[in-house]
Design a protein around this ligand. Structure first.
Ligand code: C2E
Ligand code: CA
Ligand code: CA
Length: 661
């Protein structure tokens, strides 16, 4: 059982009080008894003395009267004796009180079981024999002392009140004071401490007891510290450590509140998603220190470019969300965006490195483009990507059409992967024709997606997406395996041609690729020189070193390498020396243009260059007889094009091939 301090003090005081009163009563009763027996003793001895004196002095019954004055004196002198009389059996012979005419009937026998005090209470009078001798004849008289009961009672009650004063009231007062002090110095402060500990409401005022005050003081200190830590945690959970801007948590809270208010007031606001252009490159080339410092500077400049009631949060490495609430027109809003972008576009000097960085911004509106954080985030992000696609360092508004495009891309992404599992891809083959002999010497494998729902889907729809999201590694490997399998089948049936396979830059960067590729050819005992790889100029621009190495390795293994879509890229001719290129494929755009002066100059230059560099030159997309004649006249080696054949299914290709031999 738990005892409250209040109760404990009360109990303690009760025990002290009870003990004191017990002692008091015990002592009081003992005192009373002592006093009573003393009184009795006094009366008794007076009685004995008087009776003895009378026995000796009284000669005859008649003499008794002469003792009246003596008895009067005794009665008067004694506080406890009211009157005295002497009687024989029949009548009162002498009395100090004239009103007593009859003997008082009293229980004169001392009962020894009674206490002295009780005896004194009960006895009215006491008697003693007086024996007198008249000659030889004894006479028995009785001497009676009538007790002064009032006087005795008064004596005791006097004593009683004195006792009560010393032993009753004073301790009672002391205890009440004790109770009061303990309550106000111990019990109440403790209760206040308890309340403080529980509710941390009002800070209790200083206490007077040292220990309690120490506890109170340390509690106040502790709570203060906890409160500070709580505040610190609160702000830490809402602040981005690097930039000091709001973080995603803070953004969530802010947007929740803003949406609540805006929906009530029927207002809109702009949700801006800002992403730095090519920030990753800076991080990669100059290191994270520089990147972090740049982010810090950029964060503070964004805040500077905004008005005080605009909100900005850093939500990812180089991603920021800006919320602009009050703008009178779209012009004012775009002016804000442009100001931010202009501020950011300055040349930053970070650890002596001059850095130029752009930013792309996507803009979505509440509630038009989204009525919660997730959709605003998603749609402003879609708009931001569009800004990037359109050449970076610009802003773009979210539109439904954009959204649809993104949704289509997402579903295409899913379906494209499913199609591989469902075996919906096929390779078509377009003949490569030797111009001089007009015979098929090879075929380019071109992928087709035969969708059960949508029919034949051309690669231009899904290859760019596959390259963007990395699926090309998987899909491209399927193409390689399928093309090699087909090569082997044809080889068995006597169709021994060179197969060209399109390999995208991403595939080539896969560390496993070359190992897997060689393995596949070795397992199928394919002569590498019968396989040709088509690459594009983009390969030269990024990861130049790694790509050159892989191509050299493939080349020395024995496969030939064709440079696809030649003339459309930005690469300089110097790459043709660094990379092991065997064939140049002139893009269809130039072949289309063969009858203009500039077109003809370009084609002829390439053909001559090919001859000097010992490369085969292949014309792409030749559709007319005139084109073939022209190509033949300038000494171009091969062509591909609808004039000879479109890309064909395996069966159609076989039929066509067998027809020409
Ligand atoms: P590409 O490698 O330049 O392929 C040549 C494209 O030109 C093919 O389009 C072909 O059908 C088309 N073509 C050939 N002759 C003519 C002609 O006389 N007239 C016209 N108008 N077009 C002609 P396709 O098959 O639609 O392929 C498009 C692109 O998709 C290819 O361009 C290639 O870059 C890519 N691609 C196709 N298959 C694969 C593959 O398996 N892997 C990779 N990475 N890319 C592939
Ligand atoms: Ca090609
Ligand atoms: Ca091409």
């Amino acid at each position: 059982m738990l005892l409250s301090i209040q109760k404990f003090i009360f109990l303690l005081i009760s025990i002290i009080f009870g003990t004191l009163y017990f002692l008091f009563i015990y002592y009081y009763v003992a005192q009373q008894e002592k006093t009573a027996s003393a009184i009795l003793r006094v009366i008794n001895s007076q009685m004995l003395e008087t009776s003895y004196h009378l026995s000796k002095s009284i000669g005859s019954v008649e003499d008794v009267v002469s003792f009246r004055s003596m008895l009067d004196r005794i009665a008067l002198n004694s506080d406890f004796i009211d009157s005295i009389f002497i009687h024989n059996e029949d009548e009162i012979l002498i009395s100090t009180d004239p009103f007593i005419r009859k003997t008082i009937s009293t229980n004169l026998i001392f009962n020894d079981a009674l206490s002295a005090y009780d005896k004194l209470e009960q006895i009215e009078a006491i008697e003693e024999d007086i024996r007198i001798y008249e000659g030889k004849k004894p006479t028995l008289l009785k001497l009676t002392f009538v007790l002064d009961k009032d006087e005795i009672a008064l004596y005791f009650s006097d004593k009683q009140s004195t006792f009560l004063l010393y032993f009753g009231f004073i301790p009672a007062f002391v205890l009440i004071f004790l109770w009061f002090f303990l309550r106000s110095f111990v019990a109440n402060p403790l209760e206040r401490l308890r309340q403080f500990a529980y509710y941390q409401s009002d800070v209790p005022k200083a206490f007077r007891l040292k220990e309690l005050e120490t506890i109170r003081y340390s509690m106040v200190q502790t709570f203060q510290r906890l409160e500070n830590e709580k505040k610190e945690l609160y702000s830490m959970a809402r602040t981005d450590m690097l930039s000091g801007l709001a973080n995603r948590n803070a953004l969530e809270e802010y947007v929740e509140r803003l949406i609540f208010n805006s929906s009530r007031e029927g207002k809109e606001f702009a949700f801006l998603f800002l992403d730095l252009d090519n920030f990753k490159d800076i991080n990669d080339s100059l290191g994270h220190n520089v990147g972090d410092e740049l982010l810090k500077k950029i964060s503070s400049i964004i805040s500077e470019a905004l008005r005080s009631n605009d909100f900005v949060a850093r939500v990812g490495g180089d991603e920021f969300v800006i919320i602009v609430e009050k703008y009178s027109s779209i012009m004012e809003l775009t002016a804000t965006v442009e100001r931010v972008q202009k501020y950011l576009a300055q040349t930053w000097i970070i650890q002596t490195h001059p850095i130029n960085i752009g930013s792309s911004v996507g803009i979505a509106f509440y509630p038009k483009d989204g009525d919660d954080l997730i959709s605003l985030m998603k749609n402003s992000d879609i708009a931001m990507y569009e800004a990037k696609n359109r050449g970076r360092a610009r802003y773009h508004f979210f539109t439904e059409e954009l959204n649809k495009r993104v949704q289509d891309t997402i579903s295409l992404d899913k379906e494209m992967r499913k199609a591989l599992l469902n075996n919906e891809y096929r390779l078509y083959y377009q003949p490569k024709v030797d111009i001089k002999s007009n015979t098929v010497i090879g075929a380019e494998a071109l992928i087709r997606w035969i969708s059960p729902e949508k029919g034949v889907i051309p690669p231009s729809i899904f290859i760019p997406l596959a390259e963007e999201n990395g699926f090309i590694a998987e899909l491209g490997w399927w193409v390689v395996e399928e093309a090699i399998r087909q090569y082997c089948l044809w080889r068995e049936s006597g169709i021994d041609i060179i197969i060209s396979i399109n390999i995208s830059a991403k595939q080539l960067l896969d560390k496993e690729f070359i190992y897997k590729f060689k393995n596949l050819l070795d397992e199928n005992r394919v002569n590498p020189s019968r396989i040709d790889i088509e690459i594009t100029e983009y390969l030269f621009l990024q990861h130049t070193q790694e790509n050159a190495q892989v191509l050299h390795e493939l080349h020395s293994y024995g496969v030939t390498i064709s440079l696809d879509d030649f003339g459309t890229g930005y690469s300089s001719l110097s790459y043709l020396k660094r990379f092991p290129v065997d064939n140049l494929k002139i893009d269809k755009a130039f072949i289309d243009d063969y009858d203009s002066k500039s077109g003809a100059i370009f084609i002829e230059t390439i053909v001559k260059m090919g001859q000097t560099l010992n490369m085969q030159v292949i014309a792409e997309g030749a559709e007319h007889k005139e084109q073939i004649d022209y190509l033949k006249s300038i000494g171009c080696d091969q062509y591909q094009g609808y004039y000879f054949s479109k890309p064909l299914s395996v069966d159609d290709f076989k039929t066509l091939y067998l027809k020409q031999v």
